[in-house]
Design a protein around this ligand. Sequence first.
Ligand SMILES: Cc1cc2nc3c(=O)[nH]c(=O)nc-3n(C[C@H](O)[C@H](O)[C@H](O)COP(=O)(O)O)c2cc1C
Length: 172
Amino acid sequence: MAKAITIFFSIKGQTLGAGMKIVEQKKGNTAIAAEFIHNAIGGELFEIEAARVYSKDHMTLINEAKQELQAGTRVEVKKYPESLDDYDTIFLGYPNWWNTMPMVMFTFLEHYDWTGKRIIPFCTNEGSGFGESVRDIKKIAKGSDVKDGITITGSQVKNMENRISAWAKGQL
Ligand SMILES: Cc1cc2nc3c(=O)[nH]c(=O)nc-3n(C[C@H](O)[C@H](O)[C@H](O)COP(=O)(O)O)c2cc1C
């Protein structure tokens, strides 16, 4: 049996809800998906937090993220799991930001040696799917086996527990 950890980054507060309306939520979409996966498969759950503070205003956050991407900023990670040695399977979750993953995910991935690990990405988004993110993960996480993963419409995630749980169980 694979030993799995679910690792994710997510923003709480303002986000795009149904009909592209800005809504306020206590838990981010990717966090909700990560909990469904964790509940389905067990193992550990780890939230990546950025050391920088993002604006609580959605449109300002959109611009902040664009600047980071354009500058290739390696946003600092607050805290890392000490080691991933105990895990062979990593469910890796993030929102699609500007057609790839948030820059803090690049920083996180560059911190470890991924040789021999199985990475299963899950990406919440509002229409762009994975964008370039899986290609970007493959570029950084050399020696790993990056699976196809799943994309999830963020504004629909609350209704998708059954589908996400069944998918996650099917990966082990
Ligand atoms: C900075 C930023 C950039 C985004 N860029 C895209 C995008 O390029 N394509 C897309 O489909 N959704 C985009 N979105 C929507 C998010 O991917 C979506 O709302 C996601 O579910 C948010 O996840 P979270 O609540 O876990 O942070 C963007 C959202 C933000 C905040």
